[in-house]
Design a binder for this molecule. Structure first.
Ligand code: 13P
Length: 244
């Protein structure tokens, strides 16, 4: 049985004060979430400690937005698995298209991050996805396959999440058609060869499209950016209902 993982990636948004304010609205909603899903928030590093205390007695998990492969050392601006584990962080996002684009993160570095997360007991959320130019050139499948194969090298595919996030759907309001997202997620499952692999879709997920996305056979969850910044919207997303 594949786990459902609904994650909100706050990116570079929210101070500690706004995270606390958010939780006053979100936690009452979280009490009603069905127990068949993991609901996860990925705050900026500065809000992790505050959220860790606030979420202690709840079923909401914390993810980091990055993790380094060394335990400690001269790696300015990086964060180690131990630093995250101290705050009971459960998941770690790696390979998001933003660090891939702005900081030229390579598949090799992403793989090192994911391996470090996994070997320290964090669950990596490995992001993959093509640009609009790659899709228009007919290269989407080849690009995603390379990212999946290199990103997952030496990893236990039973203990990670892959997030398929087509770059052209991120923050644009232009959601990938759910059947097409499902087709790509099905291909990823085939390439990895693990039927229990958990695969999320990400890119302009919102309350109005969550039920349709989650009704797809190969989509096990979502990675949400913009709509996760509003507690009511993210509450609705986490409370998706595919029977409607
Ligand atoms: P949006 O939901 O804002 O499109 O962002 C998706 C994303 O990048 C999640 O990691």
């Amino acid at each position: 049985m594949r786990k459902t993982v609904i994650a909100g990636n706050w990116k570079m948004h929210m101070t500690c004060a706004s995270a606390v304010e958010y939780m006053t609205k979100f936690l009452p909603l979280a009490k009603e979430f069905p127990s068949d899903r993991d609901v996860v928030i990925a705050p900026p590093f500065t809000a992790i400690s505050t959220l860790s205390s606030l979420l202690k007695e709840t079923d909401v998990f914390i993810s980091s937005q990055n993790v380094h492969w060394e335990d400690q050392g001269a790696f300015t601006a990086e964060i180690s698995p131990q630093m995250l584990l101290e705050h009971e962080v459960r998941y770690a996002i790696v390979g998001h298209s933003e660090p891939r684009k702005y900081f030229s993160e390579s598949d090799e570095q992403i793989n090192l991050r994911a391996r470090s997360a996994q070997s320290n007991g964090l669950i990596p959320i490995v992001c993959v996805g093509e640009s609009i130019e790659q899709r228009e050139r007919g290269e989407a499948e080849r690009v995603i396959r390379r990212q999946v194969e290199q990103g997952l090298e030496q990893l236990d595919a039973n203990n990670l999440v892959i997030a398929y996030e087509p770059i052209w759907a991120i923050g644009t309001g232009r959601t990938c058609e759910s059947k097409e997202a499902n087709r790509i997620c099905g291909l990823i499952r085939e390439w990895v060869g693990t039927s229990d692999l958990v695969i999320q879709y990400g890119g302009s997920v919102k309350p109005s499209n969550i039920d349709e996305i989650m009704s797809m056979s190969d989509i096990d969850g979502v990675l949400v950016g913009g709509a996760s910044l509003d507690p009511i919207s993210f509450g609705r997303i986490a409370n998706f209902n595919i029977e409607n």
